[in-house]
Design a protein around this ligand. Structure first.
Ligand code: FAD
Ligand code: UDP
Length: 366
């Protein structure tokens, strides 16, 4: 008997929504199920006091992938926002990412040559960094490591910088120009009507079931479709049969303030160890808002336990080895897996869109 759907897609986040769109366009029938009460996963935004609030942390879209940029551009217009966060270390303010402005503020140096010479004296002769601490010191020296990296990173990840993979700090540019752009990508912006609107448009023509945990209703849901795409945690899918992968979680505390401008920037990072949160986001500054009030969110890192939202995979060697065992299991499961949680990758949005487009292309070719 013909099934009701070609694809049952678990997760209404960016991965699920892009895949659903691509397959619907090809005439496939899709149903998306999510356990949250809303679509869009972690890119979900909601209006408070007329301000688009990023409910799961600041989301700035940036990419070097022209096809991904043009693809999303069909579903939104972009506000040309350049992310330039400020680091706050015990009340001292520094520009991020690490660039000539930061070096001037830290040391008073005014030329690239002088900045490089200063860093050279603090590199501790590290040539092959084997962890985040060594990587950071070899890139920017000990002063910046101590004031802008160590405290933030240890709060964010809940462990010493010596026990973290070096790649995490390489996400941030180091530049010997006066340039506070946090990203190197040529395309960057915030969708004018928010990310949720993009997902709504991507999901046109797809049936959506919310407040439903697929893993609790597999028996009822599986018979509805020929194929399942799963975008949740891969270890949870397999009942943690090899043990749990590690994640970091977050707690968001959002406040409406009766003033027009609280911190003068969209994102301020608190890089000391004492302040319990890592960042304060002032949402209106993402869209150059002129509302009378403002909305801020404090972001508190937290250990992850089963039942909490797993925001970040902790992609060290131990966890990657465990992930590879689950990935091997997934290959013979008959189910498709994709996205930040199912691929256990520290993916930005553009990489998720790219990965979903690739999977849809592969499916279409079969
Ligand atoms: P998700 O958005 O996590 O979607 C997965 C969905 O699956 C969720 O809605 C979940 O409820 C659902 N689900 C899981 N299990 C089940 C189940 N059993 N049954 C039903 N539903 C289930 N990227 C950028 O490019 N720029 C940024 O500035 C940026 N900032 C970020 C800030 C923070 C704090 C975080 C956490 C991430 C940030 N990202 C950023 C990354 C971005 O959020 C992700 O790349 C993207 O949202 C991942 O999409 P996804 O569909 O893979 O996963
Ligand atoms: N980081 C830091 N100080 C900062 C900002 C970032 O040390 O002020 C480090 C920290 O280890 C963080 C990593 O750089 O986890 C990557 O930062 P990014 O802003 O990309 O993190 P995300 O937005 O994904 O949480």
């Amino acid at each position: 008997m013909m099934k009701q759907y070609d694809y049952l897609i678990v997760g209404a986040g960016l991965f699920g929504a892009v895949f659903a769109h691509q397959m619907t366009t090809l005439g496939k029938r899709c149903c998306v199920v999510d356990r949250r009460p809303h679509i869009a996963g972690n890119v979900y935004t909601e209006a408070i006091e007329g301000i688009d609030v990023h409910c799961y942390g600041a989301h700035i879209f940036h990419t070097s992938d022209r096809e991904v940029w043009d693809f999303l551009g069909q579903f939104c217009s972009w506000i040309p926002f350049i992310n330039s966060p400020i680091a706050n270390y015990h009340g001292e303010l520094y520009n991020l990412p690490f660039n000539m402005n930061t070096f001037y503020q830290m040391w008073g140096v005014t030329t690239p040559e002088a900045a490089m010479a200063k860093i050279e004296t603090q590199r501790n002769g590290i040539s092959q960094p084997s962890n985040l601490e060594e990587q950071a010191i070899s890139l920017v020296g000990t002063d910046i490591y101590e004031k802008l990296i160590r405290g933030y990173t240890e709060k964010q990840w809940g462990r010493s910088c010596r026990d973290l993979p070096a790649f995490i700090i390489r996400r941030l540019p180091v530049r010997f120009r006066f340039d506070n752009n946090y990203f190197n990508d040529p395309y960057q912006g915030i969708p004018t009507e928010g990310y949720t609107r993009i997902c709504e448009k991507l999901l046109e023509g797809t049936d959506v079931i919310l407040n439903t945990d697929y893993l609790l209703c597999r028996r009822e849901l599986n018979p509805l479709a020929d194929r399942v795409l799963y975008t949740g945690c891969i270890d949870e899918f397999f009942g943690y049969c090899y043990g749990a992968l590690e994640y970091r979680s977050l707690r968001f505390e959002t406040e409406v303030l009766d003033l027009p401008n609280y911190q003068g920037v969209a994102a301020m990072n608190f890089t000391d160890t004492q302040t319990p949160y890592t960042r304060i986001i002032e949402h209106k500054h993402f869209t150059f808002g002129t509302q009378e009030k403002t909305v801020i969110t404090r972001e508190y890192p937290s250990p992850w336990k089963k039942g909490m939202e797993p925001y970040y995979p902790v992609a060290d060697e131990k966890n990657l080895a465990l992930y590879r065992r689950y990935a091997a299991l997934s290959e013979s499961s008959g189910v498709l897996f994709g996205g930040r949680l199912a691929e256990y990758k520290y993916y930005d949005m553009d990489k998720v869109v790219r990965s979903a487009m690739n999977l849809a292309r592969k499916e279409a070719a079969e």
